[in-house]
Each structure stands twice: as structure tokens, then as C-alpha cells.
Ligand binder design. Sequence first.
Ligand SMILES: NC(=O)C1=CN([C@@H]2O[C@H](COP(=O)(O)OP(=O)(O)OC[C@H]3O[C@@H](n4cnc5c(N)ncnc54)[C@H](O)[C@@H]3O)[C@@H](O)[C@H]2O)[C@@H](O)CC1
Ligand SMILES: [K+]
Length: 499
Amino acid sequence: MPHTKDDLPDALYSAAQVRRLDASLIAAGTPGFELMQRAARATWRALVRHWPTANELSVVTGHGNNAGDGYLIAVLARRAGWHVRVLAVGDPQRLQGDAGLAHADAVAEGIAVQAWSAQSGLRGVVVDAMLGTGLTGEVREPYAGVIAAINASGLPVAAVDIPSGLCADTGRVLGSAVRADLTVTFIGLKLGLFTGDAADVVGELVFNDLQAAPESFNGVDVSARLLTASNVPRLASRARAAHKGKFGHVLLIGGDRGFGGAILLSAQTALRSGAGMVSVSTRSEHVPAALARLPEAMVLGTSSANQLMGLLEKVSVLVVGPGLGQASWGRSLLSAAANAPLAQVWDADALNLLAEEQVELPKDCVITPHPGEAARLLGLSTAEVQADRPAAAHALSKKYTAVVVLKGAGSLIASPDGRLAVCDRGHPAMATAGLGDVLAGLLGALLAQGMSTFDAACLGVWLHANAGAQEGKSGRGLAASDLIPAIRQLLEEQAPCLK
Ligand SMILES: NC(=O)C1=CN([C@@H]2O[C@H](COP(=O)(O)OP(=O)(O)OC[C@H]3O[C@@H](n4cnc5c(N)ncnc54)[C@H](O)[C@@H]3O)[C@@H](O)[C@H]2O)[C@@H](O)CC1
Ligand SMILES: [K+]
């Protein structure tokens, strides 16, 4: 069954797990060469749909089964009357097994198979059939040079299974990767197609399960779940007899001198995302501005942690960190929060203070690091975190026994019980200040309405990314507060109040 972006299955696999799936399909009676033919047909159909007026193909092949798919795509294109040639990186005589058979089929069809050279000259649509799930380590020559030539050609590119150079497990470009306009991927979705660098190289994604019987998936673990409109957790609809006491009381702590706006953005989002009551603890000099902006909130000018104590007994959820700063004011408020037996969201400077071991995180919190904060918490560099985002999210979740939202393209949500969810929505216009404050306030409101930490994190990330995609469409200049009405609208569409 072909699937496009909006109806993808949600199970995500590593390269090793997909290899196990391949093996179980073959063991269940479908020969590998038949799978390769199905992969080629699926790619060919998607390619014709994507470029309906094209009639010329340059298929660039490597040395494994990914190349085998490429030879069979060339055969289908030739039979459809297209001008086709194959540019082989390395010696095609060395191809073995099913890929060898596919090469023989292409030759028998009279297709010109030339050795790749810098002078080969690419034409028409380029099919990238060099490196698939068999990629290991940084891309070596001659492939790196061929990838650079394909990217420099400016021609349309269809990638077979995964763009060559993109790691199927981590979504990291291993040195260099083909920038595809279309990727057709098979059997099981690879986690690496949805996080990290993937969004810049995958293009339109089409999935085909190659008619795998559902039983073939039994016994093969899933690495992660893709968040989709149908599986994302929902808030319950509200009863008519609802009252504000049922929807929690969120206390947001932060906004030191110079960062007063951050906590207001969080508080405004918590209010607009359905929290029953919202209180803000901030610097006394920020109180008049906060009241002017948020008349619905209770605003407490706080100069020391002692002033928080009474309030901590009345509220149900804490959001700590936006604009908190790292000076003694923020540190003392964070320590008071850390001792409160409440559901909590820690963000921004709360995470920097946590990394400095100034405080201990209570159990069952949500933490929302961006890659730089995640790196500080793990004692790694940001590049090391980005090199394997799923591993970093799992490691943080284990280290702090917390639900972790690792932000950045393809946000990840990791739970200490091993679950991992991936959100591939969002928009580059979201790379702007204040977006994290909005997310923290949203998560606080969802916890206050009774969701578990993992469900709140999944729904919060999903709503935030979709609101960003909706509002970011017009490009740069998105202000964080633009997201708040969009989040409210999406929440209401998802779990409407009774009319
Ligand atoms: N039955 C199957 O196994 C099926 C496999 N399929 C295709 O087969 C692919 C997997 O095939 P393979 O496991 O043969 O692997 P690939 O074809 O992905 O790549 C293996 C080749 O890449 C080279 N290579 C690995 N890392 C490299 C690096 N860092 N730099 C340069 N070269 C590197 C290896 O030396 C080897 O020649 C899938 O992605 C998919 O396209 C599909 O045909 C469906 C069925
Ligand atoms: K490829």
C-alpha cells in the first residue's frame, strides 16, 4: 500500500530492525528479488506521479541492494519509453545476489550502464540508488564526490529508500547526503527519515510496505512512534458541569530582571490552553506589566523563596525556568520548586541550573531542552547530541527519570520506560525567541488538565509544531505570541467543548 505524508503508519524502525523485517518476509516465502521488484515498481509509480511530464532518467547506482532497486527502476522506465542510462559508481560486475540479477536484467533490456565519472553529465530526473540502509559510518569516496555532483546539478532527484548519506537510525547526514525532492521508502519507516537533518534532504516522502503481511512485523521491535493526527493523545471533552477547579492550577515561576517577557508568554499560553487557574511568580517590578497583560492571572511579586511556600501548597502544576536567570534569585526559587511534590515542567535556565548540579530534579517531570541544553545536561557537545538525537533523548530520560522533549527539527519525546515519540511537523520560521516559553506554558496547562507527563508532552509538542507550521507559512517574522491563538484553535478542534 502506498502512503504519503498524512497517512503514514506510526511505527518507526532502525536499519537493523528493517533488515530483520526483510529477513522475516523472505523467510515467510517472498523471495528477495520479488521484494526488489516491488520496491522498484513503487518508486517508479511515485516518480511518474511526481514528475508527470519527464521522460529522461539518470540512475546512479552503488554496490548493494539499493543499487538493485535502481537497475529495476531503469528497466521500468525503459519499458515506458523513457531515455534511461545507469551511471554505476564502482564495478557493477561485483554486484552479488539479487542486485546482480537486477543488473543482468538491465543489461538484457539494452540499458547503457556506464561507469560514473565527473564528466558523465547527469540528465533528466536523477535516481539516487547508491546507499540505503546498508550505510555505515561517514560517506567515503567516491560516493561523497558523486553526492556533491548530484546536489550541484540542480536536477530533480528521487531517492530510493533513503537519501544516500542520511543515517537511517539517527537522521544525521554522515558527511554529505543527496538532497532529494522525493524519497520512496520501503517495508518499514526508518526513524532517521523524521528527525535531525532529515527535513532538509528527504523531500516528499512516500512509503510502501511492499505488501508485507502484518504478521511479519510480529517480534520485530519498534524504535519509536511517529506522532500523527490519529494517534496523538487527546484531552477529554469537558462536561457541562465543569468548573475551574477540575482543570488545575498552574504556577509559572521565572522572569528575572531583563527576561520579564518569557514567563508572561508561558503564562498567557497556559491560560489559552485550558488551565483552570494560572498564577505567576516573578520579580516585583514586573508585576504591573504582568497584570496589565494578564488580568486573568494571579501575579505574585516574589523576592525570596519563602514567599512561594504558601502558594506551592495550593497549586497543582509548576512551570519553572522561562526567564528565570541563573543568579541567586532564580536559584532559590528553583530549589523551592524542586522540593514541591507536584507535576512540573522545567525549561530554559532551570535546565542550565540543573546541569550545574545546583538542584535535583524531582521525579516524573517534563524537561524541555534544546540541543545545547541537552548537551550541557549530558556533558557532551551540541554536535554530539545532534549526531544521535534519539540516543541523547533516551540518555536524558534515564538520567533524570523524566519525560524529555528534545527540541529542534523532528522533536523527540522520550519516556524513562523506553518509549520514544517523534514529531515531524513544524516550520523553520519557528526558529525564533520565545517559542520554548510557549511550549512550556502549554505543557503546564495540559498537565493541569489531568494528562500524564508523556501524553502531555506528545500532545503539547504536536499542537505547538502544527500551530507553528500554520502560522509560519508566511515565513520569517513569526512572533512567539502568534502561536497562542492557533494552539487554542487546534486544541478546540481536537477536543471540542460541548456547545
Ligand atoms: N530484501 C532486501 O534486503 C531488500 C532490500 N532493499 C534495498 O536494499 C537496501 C539495503 O541494501 P544493502 O544492505 O545491500 O545496503 P546498501 O545498498 O544500502 O549499501 C551497501 C553498500 O554501501 C557501501 N557502503 C556502506 N557504508 C558506506 C560508506 N560510509 N561510504 C561508502 N560506501 C558505503 C557498502 O560497501 C555496500 O557496497 C535498502 O535500502 C533497499 O533499498 C529493497 O530492494 C527491498 C528488499
Ligand atoms: K539511496
